[in-house]
Design a protein around this ligand. Structure first.
Ligand code: AMP
Ligand code: MG
Length: 347
């Protein structure tokens, strides 16, 4: 299949009237899959009401069928067609964080969506992205759009159109290039179907920010203990992994440097994921800075780009620095733990 490519300037007014957006939206209405930027990562969109359209997402990504998709909407009214009820806490969260990087789980309305989109669950995950291109494409299509990240399953999520092309060129109908994404990590997923809201996946909106709006917020036990069965089906899969095996390292600079030396003496090419502040203290075969340790948002924004960049080098192993489990650090560590398959090396 030939993959169409449209370049758009996300900052122009009345984006929805642009031919690129109209063409992308028309393909979505024809049940084709199209990638577009959101403020978190690039999404791979399809008509969420169509079995035919949504099955093309699973095929292009190689995504396991039991991993449900997030449904993206462009205006609040679309939500009523998808959900059986809207709890008070969800109303408050939407008011505070939509459009934005927060996905909310609701009880679904029967027959509203293709079965594959919710993987047969009684619930549906919905989000309103805070990106002019995503909003223009969705509202012009006039449909709820199922959209997981636009990467092959298991790979780091795409934060630029170039990443989408690398993974999916020839497999999807089109790519809308609206430049680099902002947050750089996927949305926070929060389940609002129980008594207190529960975070199923940490992301762009932090637990601290959520608690300011709705009081107590729980954490899915699977986020703390990898042996627990996660409530979000997708959380059990290996994700975000670079090609070379990755290890999270925790220790003094001297200890980390000694570890690198030992591995190099064994003939291994060693990559190090570190920060702008720390990089000059180390020697390794490939050293990639991932943002600034004093501004974790910059680490979030660069993380997937850096994981992909290691694939362009020929390192045999990647050692990664770790970050505090606070604020956006929780989401960064969640992604790093998965990328490393929970392998740690500690002093
Ligand atoms: P992705 O689309 O790749 O960003 O992943 C979406 C995440 O949301 C996955 O971890 C899914 O398992 C999760 N998700 C989607 N729908 C539901 C749902 N109804 N209940 C719980 N988790 C969901
Ligand atoms: Mg994904």
């Amino acid at each position: 299949m030939e993959t169409k490519y449209w370049l758009v300037d996300k900052d122009v007014d009345s984006l929805a009237t642009y031919p690129q957006i109209k063409e992308a939206a028309a393909l979505l209405r024809e049940n084709q899959v199209v990638a577009f930027p959101t403020e978190t990562v690039y999404g791979l969109g399809a008509n969420a009401t169509s079995e035919e359209a949504s099955s093309k997402i699973f095929a292009a990504k190689g995504r396991p069928a039991d991993n449900p998709l997030i449904v993206h909407i462009a205006d609040r009214e679309q939500l009523d067609d998808l959900t059986a009820s809207i709890p008070e806490q969800a109303e408050r969260l939407m008011e505070a964080f939509w459009p934005g990087p927060l996905t909310i789980i609701f009880m679904k309305k029967d027959q509203a969506l293709a079965r594959q989109v919710t993987a047969g669950l009684e619930t549906v995950a919905v989000r309103m992205p805070d990106h002019p291109v995503a909003l223009a494409v969705i509202s012009e299509a006039g449909l709820p759009i199922a959209a997981p990240s636009a990467n092959r399953s298991g790979k780091p999520s795409p934060t630029s159109a170039k990443h989408v092309q690398a993974d999916l060129d020839g497999l999807i109908a089109g790519i809308v290039d609206g430049g680099e994404t902002g947050v750089g990590l996927e949305s926070t997923v929060i389940d609002c179907t129980g008594k207190i809201p529960v975070i199923l996946r940490p992301g762009g909106v932090t637990k601290e920010e959520l608690e300011q709006v709705v009081g107590e917020v729980g954490l899915d036990p699977a986020l703390k203990d990898e042996l627990e069965k996660p409530k979000s089906p997708g959380m059990k899969y290996q994700h975000y992994a670079p090609d070379a095996p990755m290890y999270l390292v925790e220790g003094s600079r001297e200890w980390i440097q000694e570890l690198i030396h030992q591995q190099r003496k064994l003939g291994k090419k060693v990559g190090l994921l570190t920060t702008e502040e720390q990089m000059s203290f180390y020697q390794a075969d490939v050293i990639l800075p991932c943002g600034s340790e004093s501004k974790l948002e910059t680490v979030a924004r660069s993380l997937y780009e850096v994981l992909r960049a290691f694939n362009e080098s020929d390192v045999d192993m990647i050692l990664s620095e770790t970050f505090p489990y606070e604020g956006v650090g929780s989401a960064i560590m969640n992604r790093l733990e998965k990328a490393a398959g929970h392998r740690w090396l500690r002093e």
